[in-house]
Write a protein that binds this ligand. Structure first.
Ligand SMILES: [Zn+2]
Length: 190
């Protein structure tokens, strides 16, 4: 699948909406993303995970690590395609922790996966968690990058697709200026 096909799949599942939205932060945006609209549909989600798995095939990854919550689903499905194991990183301490007996060994080859990259916070937390084990981060794979190219990693990184998203303070919103109808998050059935 090429980038446009990935984006179309997000749109098809109603996970990626374009228009004029009020975000929980109060800001207005031209893009709204509800990832669980996609993640709740395994038949669509798995097509993207298969694509991510194909991209990780030659990375040598022995374990896939994802951050809660979306990352659990994605890591599990990618690992299933690759025939390797998946674990997940949960909130704890100052960032993320492994629970449930999850651990990594020195030199273990790890790929970090997640759904959408906005600020990169959850991925950076997973990196900080994995590094002290001496594990080898061989790849970072994301479904969708909406950081507008702002987030960079020191490891091989790939997002299947990038979307540009603009956020504005309400009083500076050009869509309000155009008189475009505003959709309050969650107030409309799509
Ligand atoms: Zn607006």
């Amino acid at each position: 699948m090429n980038q446009q096909e990935i984006i179309d799949l997000f749109k098809q599942s109603n996970a990626l909406l374009t228009g004029h939205f009020k975000l929980t932060s109060g800001k207005h945006s031209d893009v709204y993303y509800e990832k669980f609209t996609l993640l709740k549909q395994p038949s669509l989600c798995t097509r993207i995970c298969e694509e991510m798995a194909a991209g990780l095939k030659d990375s040598g990854a022995e374990t896939i690590v994802g951050p809660t919550t979306g990352g659990i689903i994605i890591a599990y499905d990618i690992a299933r395609y690759l025939g390797i194991e998946s674990i997940y990183a949960e909130p704890g301490g100052d960032g993320r922790v492994f629970k449930r007996g999850f651990s990594l060994e020195k030199g273990q080859k790890v790929a970090i996966v997640d759904d959408v990259l906005t600020t990169g916070k959850s991925v950076f937390e997973v990196i900080d968690l994995v590094k002290p084990y001496g594990a080898d981060i061989v790849a970072i794979s994301l479904m969708l990058d909406r950081s507008n190219g702002q987030v960079k990693f020191d490891y091989p990184y790939r997002a299947l697709a990038s979307v540009e998203a603009n956020n504005w303070d309400a009083e500076k919103c050009p869509l309000c200026a155009k008189g475009m109808e505003l959709t309050q998050r969650g107030s409309r059935k799509f």
